[in-house]
Design a protein around this ligand. Structure first.
Ligand code: ZN
Ligand code: ZN
Length: 311
């Protein structure tokens, strides 16, 4: 990636984009489109309407990265583990110490709270946690704080895309946090995290093989692609053998991600809705079996709701 020749000078709209990313850290697709539309008007850019994201990824992004790489930064595209419709562009900073790679405007105490949230989510089989549990843990850890202050900092973590709403009023790690903190997470929680069998990236919440002695995990979107390709090639519908141990994966789980993918493809220009898959499927869950992480992390896709943090 690194070249010895300096990259060509940047035009103003690129510089402006870098400033935005440095300030905000991460954008979802819709925020980025707004931003690009804004720049188009201001700088008279030739970006086709409804083609903003492609223009960004194909043209803007490589050039931006060429420039910011020399300062230890990179803008990366990342997809939510919960819903592959949710795409984010995150400016990661490789030069920062492993923890906390957060916005430096957070105080030490706020960073400690986030570290606690991270721990609670990752060491929990479901990889999600209720706000109330977080608050109790914070108090138990002598991080003095009122309920109101807690609500405010949680709202900010949501807004800055470090956490998002999970199933049943819980919070989960945002794709941004997983991307930016992956080396910290894998170093600190080696026994509680997995890499996706398909894309090999770090996985927090996904699907898991129903065989308790098999460690194969997949992102929801990766599982959908894998089993779809498999059923097309073998012509066997509703057979979902594990790529490693060959045991059948939980049918409800796989059906639910396939259904989501299908709906996603049909409505690729639309905002995600809750209608496609609404049921939380949790078969093959051994209630008291805490010796392994067999819980099926197959929550229905959740629409990000920023108002869920006031529990
Ligand atoms: Zn994957
Ligand atoms: Zn398996």
């Amino acid at each position: 990636m690194t070249t010895t020749t300096p990259p060509p000078p940047l035009e103003d709209h690129y510089k402006q984009l870098i400033q935005y990313f440095l300030h905000d850290g991460a954008y979802n697709e819709h925020e980025l489109i707004d931003l690009l539309n804004n720049l188009r008007d201001r700088y008279d850019l030739k970006i086709k309407v409804q083609n903003e994201i492609r223009t960004f990824t194909d043209t803007f992004l490589p050039l931006l990265n060429k420039h910011i790489n020399q300062y230890g930064m990179e803008i990366k595209q990342v997809v939510s583990e919960e819903n592959e419709n949710d795409i984010y562009f995150v400016c990661i900073q490789n030069f920062k110490p492993q923890f906390v790679k957060m916005d430096c405007s957070y105080t030490e105490k706020e960073a400690a709270i986030f570290e606690k949230i991270l721990e609670l989510i990752i060491t929990n089989d479901e990889k999600c946690i209720a706000s109330r549990v977080v608050f109790e843990a914070i108090l138990a850890n002598d991080l003095k704080m009122t309920q109101k202050e807690f609500g405010e900092i949680m709202a900010r973590f949501h807004r800055d895309k470090w956490i998002e709403s999970g199933p049943h009023n819980t919070i989960i790690l945002h794709a941004r946090a997983i991307l930016e903190m992956q080396s910290f997470i894998t170093d600190t929680y080696r026994d509680d995290t997995y890499n996706c069998q398909i894309c090999r990236r770090l996985l927090i919440r996904g699907l898991v093989c129903s065989n308790s002695s098999c460690d194969v995990h997949m992102h929801r979107s990766c599982a959908a692609r894998y089993f779809l390709r498999l059923s097309n090639s073998t012509n066997k519908k509703s057979a979902y053998p594990c790529p490693t141990c060959k045991k059948e994966w939980n049918k409800n789980d796989v059906d639910s991600v396939l259904k989501t993918t299908k709906t996603t493809n049909e409505n690729s220009d639309q905002q995600p809705t809750t209608t496609a898959v609404n049921k939380r499927q949790r078969t093959s869950r051994n209630n008291n079996n805490s010796t392994n992480n067999r819980s099926v992390r197959s929550s229905a896709r959740q629409v990000i709701s920023e108002s869920d943090d006031d529990n």
